[in-house]
Design a protein around this ligand. Structure first.
Ligand code: GLU
Length: 415
């Protein structure tokens, strides 16, 4: 992933003739924090875990980005994902920089109380490296509102009592009852749906009867499928780490979600579809492919099989360099991750504002705000695509990097 993001950055920097000094700054990450911390397991033994937080850049505002719990988390993955967050928040027009982190664990191997202690010790170990005006984590792969609630509680419990009030915005994606935002749960999937709908509109098409397939049925995959199905599109296949299920007549999104409850469950064994071989997934006859799981999923090995005309990147970095080349050669439109899944961090921004201003917003207000912001951003990218005659990712990167470049040019470099 690090290679992919650096390649995207360098190509854009060449194309826009990025100021060489700013190129040096943006080509590396500001801070890379690695913490080792002990946690008492249910059996009384102590395990030591390694946690990461990489802060790429904060020229536009506090560092922002998720924490993931997954076997693939390491320093390089965190660096790549942190850099993508800088471009995502910049492109979205938010007053945030980019960060990412997590712990290299498979949360299914731990009980809820172990996960709580792991999360609390991780938060404690990060200490002042996170903060509501400094670095604001959020959910990502295998973390959720409950994880954020433990973080906010630990953070508030361990800072000095004089600073304790008004610090809820140290994380976003919290449960609604604990300072979370109505609609933050569906914000990322909604953005994936809206980006596809807007792209189709540019070709005078709509979602009715469009067939789509989704890789990953976590928060993003589920909500994207939910909104797409509501508009008449048909979910025909889903893949997760354990199974690939297919039904050419359409999969009932809500029934599949119920089968997976609680969300850490799998689609395996779902009786509304037939299990097929994992290798068949990307080659299925459909209009839209939504990778909404992990990075590096569409590669030279499978990109040539894709029959869809749209790939909507719900995940971060799902398409590698070779995969992208093949898709573009075949005329596939890629809605790039830094726009496609930006509904999540836009929702986070509204949660942060809500907490900071001591307000409480209703679901319909929030969804209207997210929709407005995403639609404006979509049109900005579309204009850039037309103006420069480039693909959507290139256009998005040009806008994102240029905004950070302008900030540096105006501020100068200290001292
Ligand atoms: N983890 C999400 C992402 O990759 C959300 C980040 C956030 O809301 O800060 O965009």
């Amino acid at each position: 992933m690090y290679e992919t993001v650096m390649n995207q950055f360098n190509n854009t920097a060449d194309m826009i003739d990025l100021n060489p000094n700013i190129r040096k700054i943006l080509g590396i990450t500001n801070n890379e924090i690695i913490v080792h911390f002990p946690v008492k397991m249910d059996n009384g033994k102590v395990e030591v875990f390694t946690g990461y937080r990489v802060q790429h850049n904060n020229a536009l505002g506090p560092y922002k980005g998720g924490l993931r719990y997954h076997d693939t988390v390491d320093i390089d993955a965190a660096k790549a994902l942190a850099m993508w967050m800088t471009w995502k928040t910049s492109l979205a027009g938010l007053p945030f920089g980019g960060a990412k982190g997590g712990i290299q664990i498979d949360p299914r191997n731990y009980s809820d109380s172990e996960l709580e202690r792991i999360t609390r010790r991780f938060t404690y170990a990060l200490g002042e490296n996170i903060g509501p005006e400094h670095d604001i984590p959020a959910p990502d792969v295998n973390t959720n509102p409950q994880t954020m609630a433990w973080i906010v509680d630990t953070y508030m419990s361990t800072i000095s009592s004089s600073e304790r009030s008004h610090n809820q915005h140290v994380v976003t994606g919290k449960p609604v009852g604990a300072g979370g935002l109505e609609g933050r749960d569906r914000a990322t999937g909604f953005g994936v749906y809206l980006s596809i709908k807007l792209l189709l509109e540019t070709e005078q098409q709509d979602l009715k009867d469009k067939r789509f397939i989704v890789q990953g049925f976590g928060n993003v995959g589920y909500w994207a499928s939910h909104f797409l199905s509501q508009d008449g599109a048909k979910l025909i296949a889903v893949q997760d780490a354990h199974a690939t299920v297919y039904n050419e007549d359409g999969i009932d999104t809500e029934a599949l979600a119920q089968h997976c409850e609680p969300r850490k469950g799998s689609i395996k064994g779902f009786d509304g579809a037939t299990e097929i071989d994992a290798d068949e997934f990307f080659g299925l006859d459909c209009d839209i492919v939504i990778p909404a799981a992990l990075g590096n999923q569409i590669t030279a090995e499978n990109a040539f099989k894709i029959k869809a005309s749209i790939v909507a990147e719900g995940a971060n970095g799902p398409t590698d360099k070779e995969g992208e080349k093949i898709l573009l050669q075949n005329g596939v439109k890629i809605i790039p991750d830094i726009f496609c899944n930006s509904g999540g961090v836009i929702g986070s921004y509204f949660e942060w504002l809500q907490n900071r201003n001591g307000e409480l917003w209703q679901l319909d207000e929030v969804m209207a705000k997210i929709q407005k912001k995403l639609t404006e951003n979509f049109h900005k990218i579309h204009n850039e695509v037309n103006k420069r005659e480039v693909d959507w990712r290139t256009a998005a990167f040009i806008l994102a990097i240029s905004r950070v470049e302008t900030a540096y040019k105006q501020r100068g470099i200290f001292p």
